[in-house]
Write a protein that binds this ligand. Sequence first.
Ligand SMILES: [Zn+2]
Length: 70
Amino acid sequence: MSDIADRADWRIEKDLQNARAHIGKQAMLDSDGRCHFCDELVAHGRLFCDVDCRDDYDKEQAALRRVGAR
Ligand SMILES: [Zn+2]
């Protein structure tokens, strides 16, 4: 009996994790006038100075997620 409840809890927890991960990612990428990767000043509304920084940032975030740092 508790088996079914445990599985339901697991499912809910998974959904919450996914939702939080999604929200966290969006919130982190507020444009603040600086490149999110190298901290260079960028034009207003831009998140990165170029595609290399964006790619490196994505890789860094993926690596952090893999080790569970975020
Ligand atoms: Zn940059």
